[in-house]
Ligand binder design. Structure first.
Ligand SMILES: NC(=O)c1ccc[n+]([C@@H]2O[C@H](COP(=O)([O-])OP(=O)(O)OC[C@H]3O[C@@H](n4cnc5c(N)ncnc54)[C@H](OP(=O)(O)O)[C@@H]3O)[C@@H](O)[C@H]2O)c1
Length: 288
């Protein structure tokens, strides 16, 4: 991993809130640097390094969990009121810890629709979906917390166990074609290793509070599905026009097709120098 210099080690203790797909990938990666890692989920796990946190049932972790914490990463989406679950329940507790760093996984949905144009961190957020307005509100809550927070805006996350291959295998695939429509995406490993890269090089890189983590090649969903079928040596079903497919899509699926943007990774990859492990879906899908 030539992306790394030094610095993370056994003196560091990470709390990861919301150890789902990205959170658990990050936990596994950061443990390899010798860091102590405790992870939350909403239900009891056998793992002694896991603790229960559920903002909806008011289950908050025992104070002992927070002893010696240096880093915090939250991977939990907004609650139904559009507030951040961790801040609603634990803001005062976190502030007493004076952590070195706090990371928050957000979404590029906050940019709204750009009709296929590129968006960067310089663009003013313009969320058009209710869930993205809630997300933007959570970003604002983190910034207002005065904790040393860094926000990572993510497009569609894929990786082993969560990719188009699973959709094909589970027969949940629908090949939809919509003119000029693209989606941005990111491999889960690049989320984890981009964050680790920034932490490892914290002292030499300028601090940016908001950073997109996206791959180099936004493209149509049809292209990605076609590529998977080719790798599997199978025939892709005929694409359905979006206008015809629309009425059968759930409201949430429809809402994804209402936004068309290319997410720029220039800040992360050019200015800050992170080298993507999976630059595009072709390399990334071979890993799935
Ligand atoms: N999936 C995508 O394509 C995508 C794209 C952009 C951004 N994002 C955002 O990036 C973050 C990470 O995504 P992901 O797909 O890795 O997430 P994920 O697998 O869905 O995991 C979410 C985690 O949040 C926990 N959680 C949810 N509501 C909670 C609550 N009220 N109190 C306590 N814990 C709660 C879940 O607990 P349990 O483990 O108990 O279920 C889970 O561990 C999320 O905020 C997500 O919305 C996702």
């Amino acid at each position: 991993m030539n992306n790394f210099a030094s610095s993370l080690g056994n003196k560091n203790k990470f709390l990861i809130f919301g150890c789902g797909y990205s959170g658990s990938f990050f936990a596994t990666a950061i443990k390899k640097f010798g860091c102590t890692v405790l992870t939350s989920s909403r239900s009891e796990k056998k793992d002694p390094n896991s603790f229960v946190f559920n903002s909806e049932n008011d289950i908050i972790p025992n104070k002992k969990i927070f002893d010696g914490v240096t880093h915090i990463l939250s991977c939990i989406p907004p609650d139904k009121n559009g507030n951040d679950p961790v801040l609603v329940k634990l803001k005062n507790q976190l502030k007493t810890l004076s952590p070195e760093w706090v990371g928050y996984l957000s979404t590029t949905g906050v940019y709204g629709n750009t009709n296929g144009d590129w968006v960067s961190e310089m663009n003013k957020p313009n969320p058009s979906q209710k869930r993205s307005r809630k997300r933007l509100n959570c970003e604002k809550e983190w910034i207002a917390s005065d904790l040393p927070v860094q926000i990572f805006r993510l497009p569609g996350i894929y990786g082993p166990g969560r990719s188009t291959f699973e959709a094909i295998r589970n027969k949940k695939i629908r090949v939809i074609s919509k003119k000029n429509q693209v989606f941005s995406r990111i491999h889960v490993a690049d989320i984890a290793y981009a964050i680790i890269y920034l932490l490892q090089n914290k002292n030499s890189l300028k601090f940016h509070q908001i950073i997109n983590i996206a791959d180099d090649e936004p493209c149509s969903q049809k292209e990605v599905i076609q590529y998977c079928y080719n790798l599997l040596g199978l025939q892709m079903p005929e694409p359905i026009l979006f206008e015809d497919a629309r009425k059968e899509l759930s409201p949430i699926a429809q809402s994804f097709w209402m936004e068309n943007r290319r997410v720029s990774n220039k800040l992360l990859c050019k200015t800050l120098g992170y080298k993507l492990i999976y630059k595009n879906y072709k390399i990334g899908l071979k890993n799935c």
